[in-house]
Write a protein that binds this ligand. Structure first.
Ligand code: ATP
Ligand code: MG
Length: 879
């Protein structure tokens, strides 16, 4: 077998099957498109599911792909087995009702033995227990010796996923020799050790399952095969494990260089090196496909992988952020096959960098805390509240905590943990609802059977129509009385239903008998438009009534201005910041436009100004805004911006503002950018790591904004008693300077006052032996004040001992300051010891140096007693 690099192997496989009449498709993104059943693509067939079920027609009955895959269930095995990664590429050839077992098996064999020149001696085949047909093809047609064949049960060799198409499979194994075996006499194909590596799985989809164990034959049988590209490279390059193939080694060597450890020096280090090498690959590809770190769904998977990699970095002794550095190598190694990594290079690096830095701030504290928690745990179960604290405060994904615990033989009380997470979520949700949450939304159940509402609103604001249905409290009826909240379904409407971030229209539905005020408009998944509101004039209405649906023109136009501005903003952001800017969310209504987008750092003032200017230049250029329906392929070819991960139909609507902006969009817009009026950015902020938010206003919104600012300035001028607003800046600066100089004056007077008080007490001095003793008690004086008075008193003579008490009447406590002059100290007086005695009397403690000390005590009622004790205390000290 010839050594072949991973990138060449990929190409060889795909062209091999192209030569067998297959259409080559590029890898689909890791984020499933239009499939909510799956978090991340985990097999070559996953993005092709709708071709297998017949829901969609494939572009060819024979396809071949190399598909990016993520398998987090394999996470624990990564780095420990030789053959598992969380990220890998799956090569596959697919037949949709075209060829079947014969060809699939023969071509697989040809590829392995003729093309790759694997020795048949090393190859073993498994088939499903009852699949005699496959067994016969392998043994009779191909000529495999029965000693190289095994029959396995449903668990291993039957592919099935709930109800739907399913079937037996046949796997091809490579025998890597005894040295990789587990040594058990039972070791054979199917053993979980690393000797017999499954590298190709051929699935023969020939049945349909009802999900209850009943199978019927499919009219059209399908072929779905999956071969791990890294496993194939492992075999071709004759290396120990996935992490030693060419492309992976470059990554691992980068980590080795940063960590300064050797490979094969220490098994624990080796596992960490392999884990990091794997996780940095998965995370790079996930971010490249639009996943952002978060605490839910695929964002959580990403965060967990990144944080796990960061921890393994710590285990290797790497104390600083390093993953974004290694990511450079991943991009370099893969940009040939996946150019999008190159295009998004800066963005990916930034996202990893930010996430790593955030976690870097808390990881050490978290790890320390976890150690302490483990020490304090006397059972083998860590409290759920501890795990919650680690995740909530220190950003430890629960799985990371579990993993660290399991290394020490401990587990966590997950019930308690998830209960706390749920409580926190509910709190957050309630807060959201209280601040105005979602209204009632029809899920499609009540409106079942109703036809899709015809939307006329792009061209007209008033539509003559018929009431199709009335829905009250989620139930369909035929009649609506005045004053009752309801949702009306019409056969056609000019009302735009909330979607794509654009708020639904408001307005009225009326005829000569009634007026129904619409306060919001939504639609069901089946396109039935619901006009929510109530009758505000007239008796009632019934289904079948002929009505006029009239959209509120002002609101609609204000919304259109904001929507067009959002398009211009997106184009401007891309111009100014770069092509990594992608829409991450949007809200446009009549008041404002809010646009969320991917970008790694806060915009500078200069960037904000430039973006705002770009938008306004395109407004002032009065660009015509046109909308066109066209096939999706054509739209993409014109460079129209599509929403990442959004599912589009065959025909799409393209909104174009001159040559400045072109986007796929179903919303309503002005017909010329000039109608947007002035665009003003009112805020720029962060929504999540790597996602920024800009809010802006247009048209009358801008006028409002300016008026409000003007009012603010006018009111401020009035409060400052200024005749004209021009002076406001000058006057504010003068006021600040005045306050500063007054503060200084107050400070000066205060110190004068304390000096005067101190001078007064000097007059009360009395003699104790050779000492001049000054004592005094002040109400409402803080420590600083009594310290300063004590200093002044002490300075009045070398033989002075000053004892000053300050009472805090609010707390009922007292502070003491004691100072002894040099002669007094020489005579035996000791401030620290004096304060200890007198503070002790008032329920406190303290001590300090011979020449000065401070102490606090709880009980101010004992002050007199404490001061009275000073004379005697000093007398005892004197030599
Ligand atoms: P295993 O039992 O070794 O985990 P599997 O049965 O899960 O493999 P399939 O679901 O049949 O594998 O996937 C098809 C092919 O994809 C496998 O034959 C293998 O070459 C590859 N593959 C599967 N999981 C991984 C993984 N975690 N890392 C690398 N390659 C994989
Ligand atoms: Mg597996």
């Amino acid at each position: 077998m010839e050594w072949t690099g991973l990138n060449e192997l990929r190409e060889q496989y795909l062209s091999f099957f192209e030569n067998k009449g297959h259409l080559r498709l590029p890898s689909f993104p890791l984020v499933p498109q239009g499939d909510r059943s799956l978090l991340l693509i985990n097999a070559g067939m996953a993005p092709l599911k709708k071709y297998f079920t017949g829901e969609l027609t494939p572009p060819s009955v024979r396809l071949t792909t190399c598909q990016k895959c993520i398998r987090t269930p394999d996470i624990e095995r990564v780095g420990k087995t030789s053959r598992h990664g969380t990220y890998f590429e799956m090569l596959g050839n697919f037949s949709f009702g075209d060829y079947f077992k014969h060809e699939a098996i023969a071509w697989a064999w040809e590829f392995c033995t003729k093309f790759m020149q694997m020795s048949p001696e090393k190859l073993y085949i498994s088939v499903y227990l009852e699949d005699d047909e496959a067994f016969d093809i392998w043994t009779k047609d191909i000529g495999i010796s029965p000693s190289h064949m095994v029959r396995l049960g449903k668990e291993d060799n039957f592919w099935e996923h709930g109800a739907g198409p399913c079937g037996p499979c046949s796997e091809i194994y490579f025998d890597r020799g005894e040295k990789y075996g587990c040594g058990s006499p039972e070791c054979k194909v199917g053993c979980d050790c690393d000797r017999y590596v499954e590298f190709w799985n051929l699935v023969f989809t020939q049945f349909s399952s009802d999900g209850a164990g009943n199978y019927t034959n499919l009219a059209n049988c399908n072929i779905d095969t999956g071969m791990g590209l890294e496993r194939l490279a492992c075999i071709s390059q004759e290396v120990d494990n996935l992490f030693e193939i060419d492309t992976m080694q470059k990554i691992m060597k980068h980590v080795i260089k940063i960590a300064g450890v050797g490979y094969h020096d220490d098994e624990k280090h080796d596992v960490s090196l392999r884990v990091i090498t794997d996780h940095i690959r998965s995370t790079t590809f996930m971010i490249g496909d639009g996943v952002m770190p978060s605490n839910e769904g695929r964002g959580y998977v990403l965060r967990r992988l990144l944080r796990r990699a960061a921890r393994h970095g710590r285990l290797l002794g790497i104390e600083h952020p390093f993953l974004s550095d290694v990511c450079e190598t991943v991009i370099n190694e893969n940009k040939g096959a996946y150019p999008n990594l190159f295009e998004k290079h800066d963005f990916i690096i930034k996202v990893i960098g930010i996430e790593e830095e955030n976690f870097g701030r808390t990881i050490d504290l978290g790890l320390q805390l976890l150690e302490q928690m483990i020490e304090l745990t006397d059972t083998s179960i860590l409290k759920g509240s501890d795990a919650f604290k680690l995740s909530d405060t220190f950003g430890f994904p629960i799985d990371l905590t579990k993993e660290i615990l399991s290394e020490k033989g401990l587990i966590v009380d997950e019930d308690e943990y998830f209960r706390l997470v749920l409580e926190q979520k509910n709190r957050a949700r309630n807060a959201r609802i209280n601040s105005g949450g979602d209204g009632w939304k029809d899920t499609g159940v009540v409106t079942k059977g109703l036809t899709r509402t015809e939307f006329r609103g792009y061209g007209e604001l008033i539509t003559e129509s018929k009431v199709h249905a009335v829905i009250i409290d989620g139930k369909r009826t035929d009649y609506l009385e005045s004053g009752v909240n309801a949702s009306l379904v019409l056969d056609k409407t000019s009302f735009y239903a909330e979607s794509g971030g654009q708020a639904g229209d408001i307005g009225i539905i009326e005829n000569d008998d009634f007026v129904f005020a619409v306060n919001s408009t939504t639609k069901t998944n089946d396109g039935v438009v619901l006009h929510h509101g109530s009758i505000v004039d007239g008796e009632g209405l019934k289904t079948g009534d002929i009505v006029y649906a009239k959209v509120d023109k002002d609101t609609r136009e204000a919304t259109a201005r904001n929507h067009t501005a959002a398009h211009l903003l997106q184009a401007a952001l891309r111009n100014v910041l770069g092509s990594h800017v992608e829409q991450a969310g949007q809200l446009v209504n009549s008041d404002l436009m809010r646009f969320d987008f991917s970008h790694f750092s806060a915009l500078t003032e200069e960037e904000i100004d430039t973006v705002e200017k770009h938008v306004n230049v395109s407004i002032l250029s009065s660009l015509p805004v046109s909308t066109l329906e066209m096939p999706i392929e054509q739209a993409k070819a014109t460079g129209a911006i599509a929403l990442f991960g959004e599912k589009y139909g065959k025909t799409v609507r393209v909104v174009k503002s001159g040559d400045f902006s072109i986007e796929l969009c179903g919303g309503t817009h002005v017909d010329n950018t000039g109608k947007v009026g002035l665009f003003k950015i009112v805020s720029e902020s962060s929504v999540a790591a790597g996602i920024r938010r800009i809010e802006g206003v247009t048209g009358f919104g801008t006028l409002d904004f300016i008026n409000r600012k003007e009012m603010l300035i006018k009111n401020t001028a009035r409060i400052m008693k200024l005749g004209n607003t021009q002076e406001i800046e000058h006057r504010a600066a003068a006021l600040m300077a005045e306050i500063k100089s007054k503060d200084k004056e107050v400070e000066h007077l205060n110190s004068k006052l304390s000096a005067m008080k101190a001078n007064n007490i000097l007059n009360d001095a009395r003699e104790v032996g050779a000492i001049k003793l000054i004592t005094s008690v002040f109400d409402d004086s803080n420590v600083d004040e009594i310290r300063s008075m004590c200093d002044t008193a002490k300075a009045s003579g070398s033989n002075v001992v000053a004892v000053i008490a300050g009472i805090n009447s609010e707390k009922g406590s007292v502070s003491f300051a004691v100072g002894c002059g040099p002669e007094a100290v020489a005579a035996g007086a000791h401030a620290g010891n004096i304060v200890k005695v007198i503070a002790g009397i008032a329920g406190g403690s303290g001590g300090g140096r011979p020449d000065g000390a401070i102490a606090g005590a709880k009980d101010a009622t004992k002050v007199a007693e404490a001061i009275a004790a000073v004379d005697e205390t000093i007398r005892k000290m004197l030599k």
